[in-house]
Design a protein around this ligand. Structure first.
Ligand code: MG
Length: 397
């Protein structure tokens, strides 16, 4: 079974636009980018409605491709209706590229020219075809991809949410693997830098966060003519039924251990905490010194106690803290924390946010799961939250 090990999202206005009409959605298991168009902030409204519709959850239909197609069509209907009732929003529209992470596969739904890629074993593969005029010319052999990127009509898209009452949504599902990194981006990235450059940036990045910032910087360095949005997430295989802590190797250079990752972009939560009593990592009383020994010998004794007893104890305590996980909430969403559910005096927390789910805490039928802060292995914590996600279908009430 796969889970989202970490994610990153950021949108940037770029160097030439005054406003940002892109929007991003990043709550496992759903990730999306919408790139709005239309004057007087109408594009911002369109892309905003698109991601809001995702936030309302997936329809309870199966299979996943139908779920995504339905939610994208629902967004289209809402944007279209708004554009017809408000003159200032007439003709507004947006692209939408959505990825849904399943147990062993990822489903893509797509309208417009925002793209999805997978980065696997050092190779970048595009998962979407642009619904754009220039892409059509490329398919017909009338333009090269390089010419398309510089073409004056490169921003004309042939399919969008909003302009029509109905929209055709491209969907497909493909197997996913441990270590896969998925990228969803607006054309503000891909019209500024080529896929070779994207691959270079991903290969050089030490973390998802590094990669995300570097992609946006590269697009800005190349001119930043449009809004730039980047959503990245990395998948990891979860071994079900395992009680022990298992570190999963990844096939890319980006490892959760290297970074605080997506955690750094989320405001630090304050789950209910208990005071730590007593501190379990304290050292046992050192042996009483023999007064007959010389001072030098006592110093050696102290040094040996520190080396032999304290260092392994503290190291063991640190390792133990990092091997423990508990389930709680992060800003109203189900979350997994790594560490012990305690706070030391002076506000020193013995835990850090490890993962935020797309499921609202209030939607969980057994709230005690989120408040008992039971110590679990990583796999147990992820198995529990994975079950909650599958039960809810990431539906946000
Ligand atoms: Mg754009």
């Amino acid at each position: 079974m796969l889970r989202v090990a970490e994610s990153f999202h950021r949108t940037d206005t770029g160097r030439q636009r005054k406003s940002n009409e892109d929007a991003a959605y990043s709550r496992a298991p759903l990730f999306a980018v919408a790139d709005g168009m239309g004057g007087a902030q109408a594009g911002e409204v369109a892309s905003g409605v698109a991601v809001e519709t995702l936030g309302a959850g997936l329809p309870e239909t199966a299979p996943p491709e139908s779920q995504l197609a339905e939610v994208v069509q629902e967004a289209n209907g809402r944007i279209h209706a708004l554009s017809r009732t408000d003159e200032r929003r007439a003709g507004m529209g947006t692209t939408m590229t959505v990825l849904l992470v399943g147990e062993d596969e990822v489903t893509v739904a797509h309208v417009g020219d925002s793209r999805a890629y997978v980065w696997r074993a050092g190779h970048l593969e595009r998962l979407t075809d642009d619904h754009s005029l220039v892409e059509e010319y490329v398919r017909q052999g009338r333009l090269t991809p390089e010419e398309a990127r510089e073409h004056p009509q490169r921003s004309i898209i042939t399919r969008a949410l909003g302009p029509e009452a109905d929209v055709e949504v491209d969907t497909h599902t493909r197997p996913a693997h441990d270590g896969d990194v998925f990228l969803i981006c607006s054309d503000g990235l891909t019209t500024m830098i080529g896929e070779d450059r994207i691959a270079e940036v991903l290969a050089a990045a030490r973390s998802l966060e590094d990669a995300g910032h570097a992609l946006i910087d590269a697009a800005n360095d190349a001119g930043g003519r449009d809004n730039i949005t980047v959503v990245l997430f990395r998948l990891e295989e979860v071994v079900l039924g395992g009680g022990a802590e298992t570190e999963q190797p990844t096939q890319v250079s980006m490892r959760a251990e290297d970074v605080r990752g997506a955690v750094a972009t989320v405001q630090r939560p304050r789950p209910e905490t208990r005071r730590l009593d007593p501190i379990p990592a304290s050292a046992p009383d050192p042996p009483a010194p023999d007064p007959s020994r010389r001072r030098r010998s006592r110093l050696w004794g102290v040094a040996i106690v520190v080396a032999v007893v304290l260092v392994p104890l503290l190291g063991g305590a640190y390792a133990a803290i990092n091997a423990v996980y508990f389930v709680g909430t992060d800003q109203g969403f189900v979350a997994i924390y790594r560490g012990l559910p305690y706070e030391l005096p002076l506000g020193v927390e013995l835990y850090q946010l490890n993962y935020t789910s797309g499921v609202r805490a209030q939607a969980v039928p057994q709230p005690e799961l989120l408040t008992d802060h039971e110590w679990r292995s990583r796999d147990q914590a992820y198995e529990l939250v994975g079950g909650v996600e599958r039960a809810q279908g990431a539906r946000v009430p």
